[in-house]
Design a protein around this ligand. Structure first.
Ligand SMILES: Cc1cc2nc3c(=O)[nH]c(=O)nc-3n(C[C@H](O)[C@H](O)[C@H](O)COP(=O)(O)OP(=O)(O)OC[C@H]3O[C@@H](n4cnc5c(N)ncnc54)[C@H](O)[C@@H]3O)c2cc1C
Length: 499
């Protein structure tokens, strides 16, 4: 028994971040910790955030989520990949699919064999060797762990869901596990003068909520970290120019749902299309220095596939991250901790990482200084690695057709990204630092898709003859295409959710 155990955790805010936190910590602590979550119905939530990446399945499993109930109640759909249009050049298209690509031959990573195949004119597009991408383009899906009769893994998927319904879903679970919800507006956050620790939330109705440790999930308001503790913010606008989003849902036909997100580059940003069971989520992320809001709205509304169901909602933001994500007796999660635009659907994942990293170094009442440092190191690393990956999409482009694209193409990028790009260009070598989120396969697809072609491949690939490479790639394609042909048509899978 740990005598220094904290007795009460307070979660400040009840958006996706707040309820994810309540659901997982509530389950893990098994009622040994009192948890109170404060949220304000009048303030509401940001109301966007619908596309995810595969680790969300790990989160849902840990939180005890039943997948079928989750799919039904959050009107969720399956996401196998993201399709990028007009990014490397106008008219270009490529997919960043989850899961594996190809199959490693001994010590040589698959992509070197592929690059040799390309140089010798026997390889197709990199997508041809990805089960996820082939299934996505053929509109097929069923759960498949492994390709039968081979050592190859099956499909790897994430979800699109209605973020508001996901928060409600997690709320129901959390309250059943003893999490207390308090509705009302927080007027002030009180701090103990000597230690600087947060002690109490003073509510507008005169009530108070006290606790030992606080998790700031108050969205862009950042009530605890910004307003109370004054933790600084690293602004990444020099690399990530987009600073505003317009979001609008539109009608959709259930038969025409795609099992992937679409990201379409425009003149000063890009547009998302996220297909849910009952509607499509759309948004235009853009830089208001390069495009007016009226123009951005007309680009968005002119590119909807269905009818708009509301007026577009305008959301300004500053890309970047708090200098510290654990400070005093508080951590910040979600939009309160920072924001990188949703191009690769990483914000909900960062919430997940924040919670799981906190669970690893869970605070006690005594000295938490070393745990605080470790948490800050890890979370800053996660943020910065994702930042670099997003910048790659803008910087590695042949587009010069507008001032926005000219700017991002020629801007200086962080050294960490520059090194990765240079290494791939020079030798075809890809590297992943310290289990950063995106794997070599993710970097590979985006680098090639954006038009970064390596000058050479690993010379070890030359131990295979041209005929070997040709046969190897052909066999792989045959296996993948045969597997895809046996998958269920995607509309049937969608129907099975509500059946
Ligand atoms: C344009 C856009 C698109 C996005 N798309 C994606 C995506 O596709 N995928 C993805 O992973 N992420 C996406 N995100 C990020 C995602 O929306 C957020 O990470 C996620 O919703 C978490 O938000 P949050 O809970 O931090 O904040 P919010 O949803 O804003 O919740 C804040 C909470 O704090 C409460 N609160 C605030 N102030 C007070 C107060 N004074 N008193 C009481 N309560 C208060 C509010 O009531 C609310 O409950 C997107 C974000 C934006 C801006």
């Amino acid at each position: 028994m740990n005598e220094q155990r904290i007795d009460k955790l307070v979660i400040v805010g009840g958006g996706t971040a707040g309820w994810m936190c309540a659901a997982l910590i509530g389950r893990m602590s098994g009622r040994s910790l009192a948890i109170e979550l404060v949220e304000s119905d009048t303030i509401g939530t940001v109301g966007v955030g619908e596309a995810t990446i595969p680790p969300i399945q790990v989160f849902n499993d840990l939180a005890g989520v039943d997948e079928q109930a989750f799919l039904r109640d959050t009107r969720a759909t399956i996401k196998l990949a993201i399709e990028f249009q007009n990014w490397g050049a106008i008219g270009d298209q490529y997919l960043h699919g989850f899961g594996f690509i190809g199959r490693q031959a001994g010590p040589i990573p698959f992509h070197h064999i592929y690059l040799k195949g390309l140089a010798e004119g026997v390889a197709g597009a990199i997508s041809d060797y990805s089960l996820n991408n082939l299934a996505a383009l053929d509109d097929r899906f069923n759960r498949l762990d492994k390709i039968e009769g081979t050592p190859l893994p099956g499909l790897v998927y994430a979800y699109h869901f209605d973020a508001g319904l996901y928060a409600q879903f997690l709320r129901k679970m959390s309250e059943a596990r003893g999490v207390v919800r308090r509705e009302g507006r927080i007027q002030e956050v009180l701090v103990e003068p000597e230690s600087g620790d947060v002690t109490t939330l003073k509510m507008e109705d005169g009530g108070e909520v006290s606790g030992d440790f606080f998790i700031d999930c108050s969205g862009f308001n950042s009530l605890v970290f910004n307003e109370t503790l004054g933790v600084g913010f690293d602004d990444w606008s020099e690399w990530l120019l987009c600073n505003r989003a317009l979001a609008v849902p539109s009608s959709s036909e259930p038969e025409s749902l795609r099992p992937y997100t679409q990201s379409i580059a425009h003149d000063a940003g890009w547009q998302w299309r996220i297909p849910l069971q009952h509607r499509t989520g759309n948004g235009h992320v853009f830089s208001d220095e390069f495009m007016s809001e009226d123009e951005a709205a007309s680009v968005l509304l002119g590119n909807l596939e269905g009818e708009p169901l509301k007026d577009p909602l305008s959301i300004p933001f500053t890309p970047g991250c708090r200098k510290k994500l654990w400070h005093k007796n508080c951590i910040s999660l979600g939009l309160a901790s920072g924001f990188i635009e949703p191009l690769e659907s990483t914000s909900i994942h960062l919430i997940q990482m924040g919670i799981t990293n906190l669970l690893k170094v869970f605070p006690t009442k005594g000295n938490n200084a070393a745990r605080e440092r470790e948490y800050n190191r890890r979370m800053r690393f996660e943020y910065e690695a994702i930042r670099d990956f997003i910048i790659l999409h803008y910087h590695q482009t042949a587009r010069e057709d507008t001032p926005f694209w000219k700017h991002v193409r020629h801007m200086a990028v962080p050294d960490t990204l520059r090194d990765k790009m240079a290494c791939f260009e020079e030798s075809g070598h890809l590297f992943r630092v310290d289990e950063e989120l995106f794997t070599e396969v993710g970097w590979l697809q985006v680098m090639l898709g954006q038009g970064l072609q390596p000058k050479q491949y690993n010379p070890l690939a030359d131990t295979l003859s041209s005929d070997d490479v040709d046969e190897y790639l052909r066999n792989l394609r045959t296996i993948l295409n045969t597997t895809v042909a046996k998958l269920q048509p995607y509309p049937e899978f969608i129907k099975s959710i509500s059946a």
